[in-house]
Ligand binder design. Sequence first.
Ligand SMILES: CC(C)(COP(=O)(O)OP(=O)(O)OC[C@H]1O[C@@H](n2cnc3c(N)ncnc32)[C@H](O)[C@@H]1OP(=O)(O)O)[C@@H](O)C(=O)NCCC(=O)NCCS
Length: 144
Amino acid sequence: MSGDGASGDGSGGMGAIPDRPTAAKGELMLRTFAFPADANPAGDIFGGWLLGQMDIAGASLARRRAHGRVATVAIAQMTFKLPVFVGDEVSCYCSIVRVGSTSVTIDVEAWARRGDGDDLARVTEGVFTYVALGADRRARQIPK
Ligand SMILES: CC(C)(COP(=O)(O)OP(=O)(O)OC[C@H]1O[C@@H](n2cnc3c(N)ncnc32)[C@H](O)[C@@H]1OP(=O)(O)O)[C@@H](O)C(=O)NCCC(=O)NCCS
């Protein structure tokens, strides 16, 4: 086991592949793989790539809550806890922390499954704020 010691739920019985880290908060909004093209010159995954995946995942939940188009207005408390490596499976879990008049704030956690193994590690966390946009591209009220 790596990272902060999270493990899969193992609920599927003997031989089951753990799917969800027990410590993950929120809903799975995105799962992808880290490709060589996403790496920096040292061979580790570029933080900007991971931030982009988290932004897409958070926007997906925000869009659902806002019932329409959203734009990212702020990213706060971004913490890169552990590196992501080429070949890792990356999953983004999202939860709504605040709904304002025109904005939705989402906590996004990224978890990596290392290579072909079952080890899961929380690699990154951030708080993303999205503003609901109308057709005129201005902020609009979010339905209650
Ligand atoms: C989104 C946008 C239309 C909002 O403009 P605006 O109406 O002048 O913004 P406001 O200051 O009224 O804020 C709108 C909401 O965002 C929130 N907000 C604004 N800046 C924020 C910040 N730095 N952190 C957290 N929330 C913020 C406000 O609190 C408000 O939320 P509320 O209505 O729920 O209280 C405008 O900022 C914009 O077009 N930004 C670019 C968005 C974009 O292109 N994102 C992709 C980047 S590549």
